[in-house]
Design a protein around this ligand. Structure first.
Ligand SMILES: Nc1ncnc2c1ncn2[C@@H]1O[C@H](COP(=O)(O)OP(=O)(O)OP(=O)(O)O)[C@@H](O)[C@H]1O
Ligand SMILES: [Mg+2]
Length: 152
């Protein structure tokens, strides 16, 4: 069988770095290609007219591309990091991940992300990707969250 592609959702949070590490190990075992996806959504009240105070030619993808590349560099050994394809999508995170996962063999996500509302153990993006994905999904729960679960 031809090695497939593993899509990892990365928002820059520690759990998403854990997801990258897990996916990196899995890719080493199977020979799959790794694709890291970061979605970046504008608050809707900014509308289509651009961001107040920013030059018209401001490249909205650039800060996201920098954050993604930093996350990939932090999570993976240098050689593996270089081989990761990095995709920035302007838009909704769930849609972006599901879209990129078409034809992929696996999606890997963190259980939580940058959100600060901690009443649930699973974030909304992970939750809805799990519900709608047509390929297997791994949700990585990091050490910090495990101790939250067990109360230690
Ligand atoms: N903008 C994004 N781009 C790519 N992947 C994302 C993005 N946001 C979240 N993810 C993925 O989803 C995982 C869980 O994050 P999620 O956003 O669901 O939880 P949260 O931020 O803790 O809570 P919520 O966003 O629901 O308030 C992250 O670890 C990451 O793998
Ligand atoms: Mg979030």
């Amino acid at each position: 069988m031809r090695p497939g592609r593993i899509v990892v959702g990365v928002d820059g949070s520690e759990p998403s770095l854990e997801a990258l590490r897990w996916a990196g190990r899995q890719a080493s075992l199977t020979g799959a290609a790794l694709e890291a996806v970061m979605a970046w959504e504008l608050p809707s009240h900014w509308g289509w007219g651009g961001l107040p105070g920013l030059p018209e030619d401001f490249d909205m993808e650039e800060p996201a591309a920098e954050a993604l590349s930093e996350a990939v560099g932090k999570a993976l050994p240098a050689e593996q990091a270089r081989s990761v394809s990095q995709v920035i999508v302007i838009g909704n995170a769930t849609e972006a991940i599901l879209d990129r996962a078409e034809g992929a063999e696996l999606i890997v996500m963190g259980a939580r992300g940058l959100g600060t509302f901690r009443a649930t153990l699973l974030g909304s993006v992970s939750n809805s990707v799990m519900l709608h994905a047509s390929c297997p999904v791994v949700v990585v729960r990091g050490a910090a969250e495990q101790s939250e679960v067990s109360g230690q």
